[in-house]
Design a protein around this ligand. Structure first.
Ligand SMILES: Cc1cc2nc3c(=O)[nH]c(=O)nc-3n(C[C@H](O)[C@H](O)[C@H](O)COP(=O)(O)OP(=O)(O)OC[C@H]3O[C@@H](n4cnc5c(N)ncnc54)[C@H](O)[C@@H]3O)c2cc1C
Length: 236
């Protein structure tokens, strides 16, 4: 469901080191040195260099709801195209079913029936009432799956992983983040290194949990807890 496009460089760390080397008057034609310089930059927290590495990918089969959350990650001006809701074939529209619903027979029946009713209503609005498809599409659910072509830099993706691999994140987003990490990890050795070391939840970066409702994996830093206890939690 994640396709990494060939415009994504196979050697992200080397590329970072090459860009940094320009500013240091270094030999940017030596791949080994570029790689080591890139690694140094990342480890030292000079993360501006990550903005020279773009990831272009097709994200397909996740719900419109999770993609709506995906769009909140705006650092570095990412861009994307999304499948139109104007040309959709209602009879075939597919949707995500949350695991908790899937394994509850009664809930699954209600859920699937509702999806069928929506598909049928959209169809009838168009065929029986002459309503244009773009208006009937207002009924489409957030659970409907969609496809996007996405382009963003790796600094944005790493920041995103800190938020979205956290157990407080929506389950489908955690899954999406893991799928992206897997696809990138398989793309090349340098990507595998980046994913394994830097695609981590925010508690692993901070050394403590910053969430009000902690999963307990990391300790909540007491000063942070005091502040958070006085504020309402966000519920995306
Ligand atoms: C558990 C959870 C619950 C949530 N609940 C809600 C909710 O109820 N409603 C809702 O709307 N959203 C919600 N969100 C989404 C959240 O508020 C953010 O929109 C989302 O995490 C993306 O923002 P970001 O700062 O993490 O990432 P990015 O936008 O990718 O930003 C990464 C970093 O870049 C920098 N940056 C980005 N943009 C700017 C800028 N304009 N100016 C200066 N620096 C910038 C900042 O340092 C930022 O930390 C929730 C997220 C989580 C994980």
């Amino acid at each position: 469901m994640i396709t990494i496009l060939e415009e994504t460089p196979k050697n992200p760390i080397t590329l970072m080191g090459q860009r940094a080397g320009v500013c240091w008057g270094a030999d940017i034609h030596d791949k080994e040195k570029n790689y080591r310089r890139g690694l140094d930059c990342i480890r030292s927290g000079h993360h501006r260099v990550m903005e020279y590495v773009n990831v272009e990918m097709i994200i397909d089969g996740y719900s419109a709801r999770v993609i709506r959350e995906w769009y909140t990650h705006i650092g570095g001006a990412p861009t994307r195209l999304q499948a139109s809701t104007r040309y959709i074939n209602y009879k075939d529209f597919s949707y995500t079913t949350p695991p908790l619903i899937e394994k509850n027979q009664e809930a699954a029946e209600i859920y699937h029936q509702t999806m069928n009713t929506i598909a049928e209503a959209c169809s009838r609005l168009e065929s029986e009432c002459g309503i244009p498809r773009e208006d009937a599409a207002m009924l489409l659910p957030l659970g409907m799956t969609t496809r996007i072509v996405d382009k963003r830099n790796v600094r944005n993706l790493i920041e995103m992983s800190h938020q979205r691999l956290c157990t407080r994140a929506y389950w489908e987003y955690r899954l999406l983040m893991q799928d992206i990490g897997k696809a990138l990890g398989e793309y090349s050795e340098e990507w595998s290194y980046l994913v394994n070391h830097y695609f981590v939840p925010k508690c692993e970066v901070a050394g403590y949990c910053t969430e009000k409702k902690s999963c307990g994996k990391a300790k909540v830093f007491s000063a942070v807890a005091d502040i958070l206890n006085k504020q309402p939690a966000m519920q995306e």
